[in-house]
Write a protein that binds this ligand. Sequence first.
Ligand code: SGN
Ligand code: CA
Length: 507
Amino acid sequence: MKAFSLLPVLSLAVQATAQQRPNIVYIMTDDHTAQMMSCYGNSPVPTPNLDRIANEGVLFSESFVANSLSGPSRACMLTGKHSHKNGFTNNEHGTFDGSQQTMPKLLQKAGYQTALIGKWHLVSQPTGFNHYEILIGQGEYYNPTFLHQDGKSSVEEGYCTDVITDKSIKWLEQRDKEKPFILFVHHKACHRNWLPPMKYLREYEDVTFPLPDNFWDDYEGRQAAKEQQMNIASNHDMDLIYDNKVYLPGDSSRLSSAYLAYANRLDAESRQTYWQFYDSLSRDFYKSKPTGKALTEYKYQRFMRDYAKVTRSLDDNVGRLMDYLRTEGLLDNTLVVYTSDQGFYMGEHGWFDKRFMYEESMRTPLVMRLPDGYKRRGQIDEMVQNIDYAPTFLQMAGVPIPEDMQGQSLVPLLQEEKGPRKWRDALYYHFYEYPAEHMVKRHYGIRTERYKLIHFYNDIDTWELYDLQEDPSEMHNLYGHPDYKKIQKKLHKKLNELRKEYQADEG
Ligand code: SGN
Ligand code: CA
């Protein structure tokens, strides 16, 4: 799985582009999943601006993360290395070692202007950026606080997704225009607890979202799936007040301090609009007072509606940033990347959140609009992972890819109509954050085009095997099934090889 060496694989056209050194706009959202992006098919809400990036460029149909959690995913992206190599394995106990080699640092050294606006979530101060303005921790949706490079912080008026876009455009306007740049636009949207912009407060209220087929999963044969705490049905996991914004009207003592702290950041007028809307919803809820399955379905609809509102504003803002790039004539020589820090469950298996190596959360959306000279268009079906972004950007910028980067440059896939014949045939994954919120047990595993082998460990020792062709929803654990004996053996061998190749720790 060596990174492709730089020059031999570059066509003449691309070499010319590399000399012009394309700009890079990297837009990464938080928890935005492919099921909620219409270019991936089947999304119940349209995302026209994101689709346009895919339609004018490429869509990766098989795009994955190496560790489905914010901080770890960001660390993989910045370093081009798996968690055990970059050291940031989980959100709860990690501090990113900012003295290590990162892609922004290498680009900066090569003369790029580097900037980061939005969610950072790596605890230590960012390194390798000419300019940064970051949210503190998870950040806030309303009138968010930003931390600046001089150590000062400021509260910025507006909705987080709008503010991050405004700041990004402002930086683009003020940048040193003689130099190529990489701009990281890191949105908070669409993270929990999905606080909508006032503009879309009432959107999607008449939509009834279909339940996924496996919404009522009973987790048979899957112990770790059974013992997680990310069930929409459970009021401990998905809180009716904090997540669904339903409370006994008039009884503010029921509102958690966390929820109040977020919602009451609004200015007085918006605050009134906000509470009026959710008061009226709450009153309706207490009129019918659903229980049992009806209550779970009610919570699902509320979750979907608020998530959809947040997504709508995200799509608008990506459109606004693209319009700016277009108007400024920057698109011809700019790589625009849109992705998320991981996927998310939209009711599949009865869940919200991520973490598991199962499809919905191991996947992450990835679409790109390519700079001149890169000919590929349409869907790309090779399996790619977020450790691939760093080597890709370096190669595009004409910067040698360090030997110790574990990702593979995507440049060969972006050059011609048909990608290279030789590509990776398996992905490695490792999730570490346990015991922790949502209680998803530690696990690592391998995913090939057709199969997945997972080992859950720590306070459990179970293996799971899925045939994704026969069982795309991963409902039937085939580990130990006589028909899959040979395949199981092969997958174990491949997993061992991959762990050796990546010098993976003993999990
Ligand atoms: C918060 C959320 C969790 C979420 C983690 C990690 N709880 O702790 O539901 O899994 O972030 O998300 S909340 O009560 O604070 O909303 S991540 O995307 O940042 O990794
Ligand atoms: Ca996230």
